[in-house]
Ligand binder design. Structure first.
Ligand code: GDP
Ligand code: MG
Length: 202
């Protein structure tokens, strides 16, 4: 059965956490350094093939600004999936993400699949500085938060949301959890793939 299942997906989160950039990475595999803010909402589609089904995401990318908050229910009502985004370098953006999750759990479709996504990990991970030192990609070893201050040559923005803190919240709230970089693409496809896997077949 090759007819794609249509899945309405909404992106929510504070302004400038990278919602539009995640969509641009997923749909066009592109990144723009100075992405202009979204006004109202933007609509894009992208197909996703799984082994046993084909999915067409209908993506509503909302504006994060408070003045657009009242429009959000139009986009999450009837949505089967939501990606709630925060910025790992900005603790207050996780608080905003949590308030979106609460609103979804109160007011959206009770079966909605919600993915919490900590974006901009390129700003805080060892990989970034390895690249700038010209090293190859041999070093795949995961580095954790404690080595953030071991490299004085590179200006680095520090992580404000520890991975395990966000993951613990996501587990408790029943959310999928990811960390991503729209800039280098890390983890982005996985967000949509894991959501696709959780959408029931019609
Ligand atoms: P939105 O308001 O949530 O849609 O955020 P945008 O996608 O417009 O991104 C806001 C700013 O953050 C832009 O300047 C982007 O280039 C930048 N940005 C988005 N994602 C990333 C990322 O993963 N890493 C870095 N370093 N910058 C990002
Ligand atoms: Mg945007």
């Amino acid at each position: 059965n090759m007819k794609p299942v249509q899945v309405k997906l909404v992106l929510l989160g504070e302004a400038a956490v990278g919602k539009s950039s995640l969509v641009l990475r997923f749909v066009n595999n592109e990144f723009q350094e100075n992405k202009e803010p979204t006004i109202g909402a933007a609509f894009l589609t992208q197909k996703c093939r799984l082994e046993d089904k084909s999915i067409k995401f209908e993506i509503w990318d909302t504006a994060g600004q408070e003045r657009f908050h009242s429009l959000a229910p139009m986009y999450y009502r009837n949505a089967q999936a939501a990606v709630v985004v925060y910025d790992v370098t900005k603790a207050s953006s996780l608080e905003k993400a949590k308030s979106w999750v609460k609103e979804l759990q109160r007011q959206a479709n009770p079966n909605i699949v919600i993915a919490l996504t900590g974006n901009k990990v390129d700003l805080v991970q060892e990989e970034g500085s390895s690249e700038s030192r010209g090293e190859g990609s041999d070093n795949e070893q995961e580095q954790e938060d404690e080595d953030e201050d071991d490299d004085e040559d590179n200006y680095r923005i520090s992580r404000q949301v520890p991975t395990e803190e966000a993951r613990a919240y996501a587990d408790e709230a029943g959310l999928l959890f990811f960390e991503t970089s729209a800039k280098n693409g890390k983890g982005v496809a996985e967000v949509f793939l894991e959501i696709a896997k959780k959408i029931p077949l019609e």
